[in-house]
Design a protein around this ligand. Structure first.
Ligand code: AMP
Ligand code: GLY
Length: 425
């Protein structure tokens, strides 16, 4: 069968790579893809600039099903459009995707369904927001309501920073309409984990646990980014915590969306803060796989991803099971000069190591120019490797990183440090 993946980042490269390994799959089209998907065996890039083009392509090419990577097309209703055309697609409708596209919707939904999350208040008026901040003080978190590609959250340790964020979002409209409303929420301390499941609207199948590193610099310092690396499994997610998150977060979310008439089919990602006493709280929901979490997760998935997604599309996920490589996977992101503020494009990339069974370089912001691979985005590559221990996976990933050259490349030297700190490995 022929499949279509929508998106062009590292997450989509990993999804397409994994789907192409299915014996039942002849070709995976990726729209638009990147230089990495362009050379992947069994994968073909296609330029489909609108939802109409995508629907048309899926129909005329006889695409068996489509998988959506990023949040923007989901929020724009790509799933609704495919379904209306009678085409099979895996992802939530625009209504269900509000769990990510509106922080206010997500917070009120969690309150309605007793899902643990930080206390919050919502503001459209700067004066009211400033008064509220003066009352609660710092530390405090200010979030733009809408989709802001990782730029919409300010964790303020000083209340002046929170006031400044309110002014930037509500008055200066630095994020446009996405910041026309803000959610101010209580600060949560602890360790973060990414908890990702597949759902068919009713049943759920948990993926392997993972954790990403959001800050630009070693030691979790510097500005927030989309994620500078990730690893799987995340030792913080013990079997007991896993059971608790399914019971307190995932099941109520899936049941709640179904009860509200907007069942969630797709990948559901809960960004969790695990308090020192082990209590999980939801920082955010994403209605898609995480990037770069997907890259290590796909390296560890032994089951056929096409089978799992088909089971979910058909509403048979309760009968599906996923098998995982017991090894550790570590993915190190190489970012462009100037990332995250103003990434530079067009730097030539050399030294890309050929794939092995245990290591794969997933491309994100790359393009082919006159036959050469060049940088074309903030996060450029994610070098992902398997190892028997966290350390051996790190060594294999970093050996790949060291071989790759492009001007101004930035990467963290400590991806996976929380896992090595925690286990005997
Ligand atoms: P979000 O996009 O909502 O996940 O926020 C981005 C990052 O900000 C998270 O990964 C956390 O590191 C941090 N963050 C968000 N909300 C909170 C909170 N209530 N308390 C502490 N840190 C937070
Ligand atoms: N790595 C975090 C995200 O995909 O939102």
């Amino acid at each position: 069968m022929k499949l279509l993946v929508i998106g062009g980042g590292g997450r989509e490269h990993a999804i397409a790579w994994k789907l192409a390994r299915s014996p039942r799959v002849q070709c995976v089209y990726v729209a638009p893809g990147n230089a990495g998907t362009g050379v992947e065996e069994g994968v073909v890039n296609v330029d489909l600039p609108s939802i109409e083009h995508q629907v048309d392509f899926a129909r005329t090419q006889g695409i068996a099903f489509t998988v959506v990577g990023p949040e923007a097309p989901l929020a724009a209703g790509v799933v609704d459009a495919f379904r209306a055309a009678g085409l099979r697609i895996f992802g939530p409708t625009a209504a269900a995707a509000r769990l990510e596209s509106s922080k206010e919707f997500a917070k009120s939904f969690m309150l309605r369904h007793h899902i643990p999350t930080a206390p919050y208040a919502v503001f459209d008026e700067p004066a009211a927001a400033h008064r509220y901040l003066d009352g609660v003080g710092a530390p405090i978190v200010v979030k733009a309501d809408g989709l802001a590609a990782g730029k919409g959250v300010v964790v303020a340790t000083d209340v002046q920073d929170a006031h400044a964020a309110v002014d930037r979002f509500l008055v200066g409209r630095s994020l446009g309409h996405a910041g026309a409303r803000v959610v101010i929420e209580g600060f949560l301390a602890g360790e973060e984990a990414s908890f990702i499941v597949m759902s068919d609207g009713r049943a759920t199948l948990a993926l392997a646990s993972s954790q990403d590193h959001k800050r630009l610099l070693d030691g979790d310092r510097g500005p927030n980014t989309g994620g500078m690396g990730a690893y799987s499994p995340a030792p913080v997610v013990t079997p007991a915590l896993h059971a608790r998150v399914m019971r307190e977060v995932i099941h109520p979310a899936i049941a709640g969306l179904a009860a509200e008439g907007t069942p969630f089919s797709g990948f559901l990602y809960a960004g969790l803060m695990i308090a020192p006493d082990g209590t999980p709280s939801v920082l955010e929901f994403n209605c898609r796989l995480g990037d770069p979490e997907t890259q290590p997760i796909m390296m560890r998935l032994k089951s056929d991803l096409a089978d799992l997604i088909e089971a979910a599309i058909d509403g048979r996920l309760d009968q599906a099971e996923a098998a995982w490589d017991r090894r550790v996977a570590v993915g190190v992101v190489m970012a462009a000069a100037g990332y995250p503020d103003s990434p530079r494009s067009g730097d030539a990339i050399t030294g890309l190591p050929p794939p092995t069974n245990d290591r794969h370089v997933f491309h994100a912001g790359t393009a082919l120019r006159e036959g050469k691979v060049v940088t074309a985005g903030g996060r450029v590559l994610c070098v992902t490797a398997l190892g028997d221990t966290v350390r051996s996976a790190q060594q294999a990933a970093y050996a790949g990183v060291e071989a790759i050259r492009f001007n101004g490349a930035q990467w963290r030297r400590d991806i996976g440090h929380r896992a090595t700190g925690r286990s005997a490995h």
